[in-house]
Design a protein around this ligand. Structure first.
Ligand SMILES: NC(=O)c1ccc[n+]([C@@H]2O[C@H](COP(=O)([O-])OP(=O)(O)OC[C@H]3O[C@@H](n4cnc5c(N)ncnc54)[C@H](OP(=O)(O)O)[C@@H]3O)[C@@H](O)[C@H]2O)c1
Length: 277
């Protein structure tokens, strides 16, 4: 059995490789893929360089793969314009028996811009005939936990209204991906979140964990865009961030069920634990 993990040079793929090792997969049966391969040199598994842009390199890198964790790319425009199609084509050519793809919560119905790429990639995989599992990941807690210093200074602000944010620790989502690769998956689609919070309940959690009062200021999309630009974000990036919040306000990150706990076989990390860390 050869397990191939793309994005192994990033935090999610690294955590997934570490989880495969913890789950007893021999290091010699794991191959990580990335561009900046020096970042994964300490993982103790074979690492090969392949860019999602480069079909030939992907074909070489996937040769002999039986199970593939396809970690979605991070270059939003470019992954839409063919990168993910290259990955799927190379997986077909390699005769991969199972592909697990990191998608987004509610990918089939989500109106978020971000979800479009994931929906298109899920369709590519379905149409390819590859046996595929969609790991529809909630947002990483880390996206919010990394902002605690800013929350303490300015409070929580955003255009997500009271929209639900299904989220989990990145490590738990990566562990779930490794579980799917190493077990006989029961489902073709997993909606994965540990907890659902809103920006208002996030502010409450930050208050509780830090012992310092943090409020929530709901903003319109336009107001939030101006705040982000004022903080130095380029207009295009500010637009993407606002779009995510408006998508949250529209209920696109709603989540329920216990897929994540079942897959990892233990209670997932809570938001408060992640904030405390
Ligand atoms: N659920 C969430 O909250 C959330 C948040 C952010 C991102 N994501 C998604 O989850 C993925 C994994 O998360 P992460 O935290 O590990 O993201 P990350 O830090 O952005 O890492 C992205 C990984 O994808 C690789 N990659 C990107 N473009 C590539 C390309 N053209 N060819 C080959 N490899 C490429 C990178 O390789 P190199 O580093 O070697 O270039 C890196 O290993 C992201 O790529 C993104 O799709 C989810």
């Amino acid at each position: 059995m050869t397990y191939v993990v793309t994005g192994a040079t990033g935090p999610f793929g690294r955590l997934a490789v570490e989880s495969l090792l913890r789950r007893g997969v021999p290091a010699g049966e794991i191959r990580g893929i990335g561009r900046q391969i020096e970042k994964a040199a300490d993982l103790g598994v074979e690492i090969r360089r392949a860019d999602y842009e480069d079909g030939d390199a992907l074909r070489d890198a996937f040769a002999g793969a039986s199970r593939l964790l396809f970690v979605s790319g991070s270059e939003l425009g470019r992954r839409r314009q063919g990168q993910h199609a290259n990955v799927v084509a190379a997986a077909v050519e390699a005769g991969v028996e199972l592909v697990a793809y990191t998608s987004i919560l509610n990918a089939a119905t989500s109106t978020m811009d971000l979800a479009e790429d994931h929906r298109a990639t899920e369709k590519l995989l379905t149409d390819s005939g590859l046996r595929s599992v969609f790991l529809r990941n909630g947002f990483y807690y880390e996206v919010y936990a990394g902002q605690v210093p800013a929350y303490l200074e300015h409070g929580v602000a955003g255009a997500a209204g009271d929209g639900p944010i299904g989220a989990a620790a990145r490590a738990d989502l990566a562990d779930a991906a490794a579980a799917v690769l190493t077990q006989e998956p029961e489902k073709g689609v997993y909606e994965l979140a540990a907890e659902v919070f809103t920006l208002a309940t996030l502010a409450e959690a930050v208050t509780e964990v830090t012992g310092r009062p943090v409020g929530y200021t709901p903003l319109t999309g336009e107001q939030y865009r101006e705040v982000l630009k004022g903080a130095g974000l380029p207009d295009e990036v500010a637009g993407i961030v606002v779009g995510i919040d408006l998508g949250i306000a529209g209920g696109n990150l709603a989540a329920s069920g216990d897929d994540l706990a079942k897959l990892i076989g233990r209670p997932p990390v809570t938001l408060r634990e992640a904030l405390a860390q």
